[in-house]
Each structure stands twice: as structure tokens, then as C-alpha cells.
Design a protein around this ligand. Structure first.
Ligand code: XMP
Length: 322
């Protein structure tokens, strides 16, 4: 296993980095084909552009609709990449993911279910159908650090855990941004000409909204957290925070509505200041903002009777709750 040597964002020369990685992808794939999954986040967007430069139409780019993405996300991503000549194909894999998540309550088992469904079932099939031998993906150094440290099994880390993707899934994985952290990837994204809305896009985890539902991620519970997420993203867009999210708790609490007992859901809001996701502190949101968020949550998200704001730093917290 070759260990990735970190390129600090202060030492990064984006033009040189792009040239080196485009050549590395072209050399590795030769005259074959590769596939990649674009989630629309900055890491996979940068990898898509590097792969597109190296392989043009020999790279097939897919958006996997796993049923746990945010509102309207699939079509937004397709539209976002059209101007770059990147043709993104949406794969509807919702049933496969919900079947895999059914009955799972443990956080790490949930992450494992997502990983297996992505890599074995969905990509495994796509690779078989296309004849591609390579999958390009946007793993970054922080994903590897946290997985090795045993903090959280990031959905996209294999080699460092002793898993050979070729053996396990039938294809090789190329990771062009594995030497970078989030701030470095953003710089490369800007140099690649991606719009600011993409290179400064808020991070979003591979397990998507299933990482934001404590306990079982059913269709109904995902719908609840999706609605809450839309509200938070609308209300906090101007804060400039690194990442903000809604988390649906497992425990219900007693609330009241129309003078009746309403035993309902709790939503936890998290909003983080961070540079590279390794450490983070909660953003000092004003009481007015928090009150507005709470009011919208209890009126616009069915079944929610309680809203809290997380005031813990990472560490010992992590950013996502699962
Ligand atoms: P945590 O929760 O570990 O999150 O403090 C740090 C950053 O990583 C994102 N995250 C993930 N990204 N696959 C990813 O691609 C994952 O499995 C995953 N888990 C967490 C998280 O959103 C935050 O930006």
C-alpha cells in the first residue's frame, strides 16, 4: 500500500497539481474506460473535471440516486455539469439502498450497508455493463485519517483497511485528490474553473441523509430530515459556516399542539466553523436565527415538537451524528 503524502493547501500549486493528476489518470486508464460517481460535492466534482480532462468521453459519470439525497439534488447536479460538457447519467438505486438500510440501527452497520450497496451492487453492475476497469473517486486525506483512527468508517476508504477493491468489487479505484484536505480541494476546484457555488459547496457525507437519522433510516424518517435540511440550508446560507445540518433523533418527547398531547420528533441543529473538518466549533448563531429556525421546524416539518442546537466542539463531538 502506498501511503498518501499530504500536500498542504499552503504549499499546493493548483496548476501543477491538475497537470500531474490528469496525466496520472490518463496513464493509469490507458485506452480503456473509467466510471465515476458524482455526488455534486466539491471532492467528486473536482475528480469529475480531472477525469474529464484526462479521458473525455471515455469517462462515464453517474449520479447515484440513493434515495437519501437532499431535495431536487439529482437534477441540480446534472444541470450544473452540462456547461462543462460533462454528461451525467442519473441511476435510480433508491430501492436497493432502502432495502439495505431496512432494520439497521447501529451507526457503523449503517455505513457498511451504504458502502456495500454503492460499491458492490450499484458500481459493480455499472462496471460490468460498461466494461470499465477503473472507478475514479474523491477520497480525501481526512476520510482516511478518521477511518484509520477508528473514529468513523468513511464510506469510501478500502485499501487502508486491507480491502482490495479489485478482489472485493471487481475494479480498481483511482483517487486523484487523496493527498489533499478540503481547503486544498477547493483551491483546485477554483483553478479548474468550477463556479464558486461548486468549489465552495458545503461538504455533504457519502452516506448522505442516512448519516443524519439516528437509528433506522426509513423512507419516512429520511423525508422528515430532508424537509428539515431544506429549511436549515435556506436559513443559514448567509452565515458562511463550514457546514450546517439537521439531525433527526431516535427518542421522541412529549409536546403539545392545539391543547392536545403530541408525542413527537426532535430535530437537532448543528452548524460548524472549520477549515478542514479535523477540528470544528459551533457557529455563534444569534438567538433570533435560532428562534426562526425552531419556529419553521415545528410548523413546516410534520411531527416535530422539539428543536435543539448543538454547542459541543469537535473533538470530542464529530460533525455528523452517525
Ligand atoms: P465527521 O462527522 O467525521 O465529519 O466529523 C467530518 C467531515 O466528513 C464528512 N463525512 C463524510 N464524508 N463519507 C464522506 O465522503 C463519509 O462516510 C463521511 N462521514 C462524514 C462530514 O460531512 C464532515 O464534513
Amino acid at each position: 500500500m502506498v501511503e498518501a503524502v499530504e500536500i498542504k493547501s499552503t504549499e499546493l500549486i493548483p496548476g501543477e497539481f491538475i497537470e500531474t493528476q490528469v496525466k496520472a489518470i490518463a496513464d493509469a486508464v490507458g485506452d480503456g474506460e473509467a466510471i465515476n460517481a458524482l455526488s455534486g460535492g466539491v471532492d467528486s466534482s473536482v475528480v469529475t473535471m480531472l477525469g474529464h480532462k484526462a479521458l473525455r468521453n471515455r469517462l462515464k459519470t453517474y449520479f447515484i440516486d440513493n434515495g437519501v439525497m437532499r431535495k431536487d439534488e439529482p437534477q441540480q447536479i446534472v444541470d450544473m455539469f452540462k456547461p462543462f460538457g460533462v454528461n451525467v447519467q442519473i441511476i435510480d438505486a433508491q430501492d436497493q439502498f432502502f432495502d439495505a438500510l431496512a432494520g439497521i440501527t447501529d451507526p457503523e452497520e449503517k455505513r457498511e450497508a451504504i458502502t456495500q450497496t454503492f460499491y458492490k451492487d450499484v458500481f459493480g453492475e455499472l462496471v460490468k455493463d460498461s466494461g470499465a476497469k477503473y472507478l475514479l473517486q474523491g477520497t480525501i486525506l481526512t476520510d482516511i485519517d478518521e477511518t484509520i483512527a477508528g473514529i468513523k468508517r468513511q464510506h469510501n476508504v478500502f485499501e487502508q483497511l486491507g480491502i482490495d477493491p479489485q478482489e472485493a468489487f471487481g475494479y480498481k479505484i483511482i483517487e486523484p485528490v487523496v493527498q489533499l484536505r478540503k481547503d486544498g480541494v477547493r483551491k483546485v476546484g477554483e483553478a479548474l474553473g468550477l463556479p464558486e457555488s461548486v468549489f465552495n459547496r458545503m461538504p455533504f457525507p457519502g452516506p448522505a441523509l442516512s448519516a443524519r437519522v439516528i437509528s433506522e433510516a426509513t423512507r419516512e424518517r429520511i423525508k422528515t430530515v430532508r424537509t428539515a435540511t431544506s429549511i436549515i440550508e435556506e436559513e443559514l446560507a448567509e452565515t458562511g459556516a463550514f457546514q450546517y445540518m439537521a439531525i433527526l433523533h431516535q427518542d421522541k418527547v412529549t409536546g403539545m399542539r392545539d391543547n392536545q398531547r403530541d408525542f413527537g420528533n426532535q430535530i437537532e441543529i448543528r452548524c460548524w466553523d472549520s477549515v478542514d473538518a479535523r477540528v470544528a466549533t459551533p457557529t455563534h448563531l444569534s438567538h433570533e436565527t435560532l428562534t426562526r429556525l425552531a419556529n419553521r421546524m415545528v410548523t413546516e416539518v410534520p411531527g416535530v415538537v422539539s428543536v435543539t442546537y448543538n454547542i459541543t466542539s469537535k473533538p470530542p463531538s464529530t460533525m455528523e451524528a452517525v
